[in-house]
Design a binder for this molecule. Structure first.
Ligand SMILES: Cc1ncc(COP(=O)(O)O)c(C=O)c1O
Length: 397
C-alpha cells in the first residue's frame, strides 16, 4: 500500500491537499494508487468534460501525438482555424486567440480592454470587476479577483479596477457615474470559486444594455461555467445576450491544458501583430483536444445531458438536504451546483474522499459539484447517496 506523504519535500507547498493520489479513471470513476475507487464529482475542477479514458478522445489524442504535439505560432496551425471556426459558430462571436490556461485567457481579456481604451484616447482605463469574483492568480488576474485571501501578500496590486456587488445594476451605475475612464465590465456568469453565485438573467441583460449605451466592452469569464456545463454552450446564453470578450479554458480540452479568448466585432481587431503572444497557446495537441471534445459533446448530446442530469441531481439534493436546518441554499444550473451551509465545511472534501466521493468546497461553506458532463442519473443518485449522510453528520457536529 503506497503511503501519501502529508507534505512533499520537493514540490512547493501551495495546496492543502487531500491525502490521496489518483492513478487512473474510467468514465466518472477514478482509482487511487492503492486501488480505492471514487465517484468523481469534481472532474478535475470542471475540466474533465468527457470524464476519464474516453473511448473516442483517447485514440484521437494518441493519433495527434504521433503526428505533431507542438509547432510554433511562427507558423500557421490548421487546428487553430478549425477550433476557432467552431467556437465562433457556437458563440455567435467572430475571432479567437488561443492560450493554455484560464488566467492567460483572462489576462488577454484585460489587455484587450486596456487597449480598447487606449485606442480611443483613454490613458488610464478602468475595468469594472465584482465582489467574490475569481479570475486567476497572476498579478493582474488576482487584482481583478474579489477575494482578499488570494491577494494577501502580493501587493501592490494592479490598479485600474472598480469593484461592485453582483446582481445590482444601480450599484454598477453609481460606482461608474461620471467616470470617463471605464472601458469594460468583467464577470463570471456563475461565480465558481466565489461560491457558485449565478448572475440573474435580468441583470445580464441590463449590463449588456449599459455596456452598449456607454461603449464599454462586456467581458464574460466562462472559464468555469462555460463549455456546456449549464446545459448551453456558454452560461450567458441563457440570457440571450452576446459578450464582446469571452475567456474560456478548463473544460474546453477535457484535461489537455487549453485556454481561449473569444471576441466579438467590437474586440476582434484590437490586437495587432506584436500586441500579444504565447509559446504553447494553440499548439496542435491542445487544438485537437478542443476539436474532439466539442465533436463528442455534439455527437453524444452532452449539453442536453448536463441540463437533464443537472436538474435531476438538483432535485435529489433538494429532497435529501433542502429541508435541513443548516442548509442555506442549493443553487446553480446544469452540472455546476453549490450547496451552501450555514457554517464552514472544508473538512468535507477529505471525508467525502474517504467515503469514495470527490468534491470540493468553495468560499468555505459551499459544497461545489462540477462532475464530468457524461454523468448519468444513476450516477447522480449515487453521488447524493454518498454525500447526504456526510452533510447531515457535519451539520449535527
Ligand atoms: C472563472 C475562472 N476564471 C479563471 C480561472 C483561472 O484558471 P486557471 O487556473 O486555468 O488559470 C478559474 C480557475 O478556477 C476560474 O474558475
Amino acid at each position: 500500500m503506497a503511503l501519501i506523504e502529508a507534505s512533499s519535500p520537493h514540490v512547493m507547498n501551495t495546496y492543502a491537499r487531500v491525502p490521496i493520489a489518483l492513478s487512473h479513471g474510467q468514465g466518472v470513476r477514478v482509482w487511487d494508487v492503492n486501488g480505492k475507487q471514487y465517484l468523481d464529482a469534481l472532474g478535475g475542477i470542471a475540466v474533465n468534460t468527457l470524464g476519464h479514458n474516453h473511448p473516442r478522445l483517447v485514440p484521437a489524442l494518441q493519433d495527434q501525438i504521433g503526428k505533431i504535439i507542438h509547432s510554433s505560432n511562427y507558423y500557421h496551425v490548421p487546428g487553430q482555424e478549425q477550433l476557432a471556426a467552431k467556437l465562433v459558430e457556437l458563440s455567435g462571436m467572430t475571432n479567437v486567440f488561443f492560450c493554455s490556461t484560464g488566467l492567460e485567457a483572462n489576462e488577454a481579456a484585460l489587455k484587450l480592454a486596456r487597449k480598447f481604451g487606449h485606442d480611443k484616447g483613454i490613458e488610464r482605463p478602468e475595468i469594472v470587476v465584482y465582489e467574490k469574483a475569481f479570475h486567476g492568480r497572476s498579478i493582474a488576474t488576482l487584482s481583478a479577483t474579489g477575494n482578499e485571501k488570494v491577494q494577501k501578500g502580493f501587493g501592490p496590486l494592479v490598479e485600474g479596477f472598480v469593484r461592485v456587488p453582483v446582481n445590482d445594476i444601480e450599484a454598477l451605475k453609481a460606482a461608474t457615474e461620471g467616470n470617463q475612464n471605464v472601458v469594460a465590465v468583467f464577470f463570471e456568469t456563475i461565480q465558481g470559486e466565489g461560491g457558485v453565485n449565478p448572475m440573474r438573467i435580468e441583470y445580464l441583460k441590463q449590463v449588456r444594455e449599459l455596456c452598449d449605451a456607454r461603449d464599454w466592452l462586456l467581458m464574460i469569464d466562462e472559464v468555469q461555467c462555460g463549455m456546456g456545463r449549464t446545459g448551453k454552450w456558454f452560461a450567458h446564453q441563457w440570457a440571450g445576450i452576446l459578450p464582446d470578450v469571452m475567456p474560456l479554458a478548463k473544460g474546453l480540452g477535457s484535461g489537455v491544458p487549453i485556454g481561449a479568448v473569444v471576441a466579438g466585432p467590437k474586440a476582434a481587431t484590437i490586437f495587432q501583430p506584436g500586441n500579444h503572444g504565447t509559446t504553447f497557446g494553440g499548439n496542435p495537441l491542445a487544438m485537437r483536444a478542443g476539436i474532439e471534445t466539442i465533436r463528442i459533446m455534439e455527437e453524444d448530446g452532452l449539453l442536453e445531458n448536463a441540463a437533464r442530469v443537472g436538474s435531476h441531481l438538483k432535485g435529489a439534493l433538494a429532497r435529501e438536504l433542502g429541508g435541513l436546518k443548516g442548509v442555506k441554499e442549493i443553487r446553480g444550473q446544469g452540472l455546476m451546483l453549490g450547496i451552501e451551509l450555514d457554517k464552514p465545511c472544508n473538512a468535507l472534501t477529505a471525508r467525502a474522499a474517504q467515503a469514495g466521493l470527490l468534491i470540493s468546497v468553495t468560499a468555505d461553506s459551499v459544497i461545489r459539484l462540477v462532475p464530468p458532463l457524461i454523468m448519468n442519473e444513476a450516477e447522480a443518485d449515487e453521488l447524493v447517496a454518498l454525500l447526504a449522510p456526510l452533510v447531515r453528520a457535519h451539520l449535527d457536529e
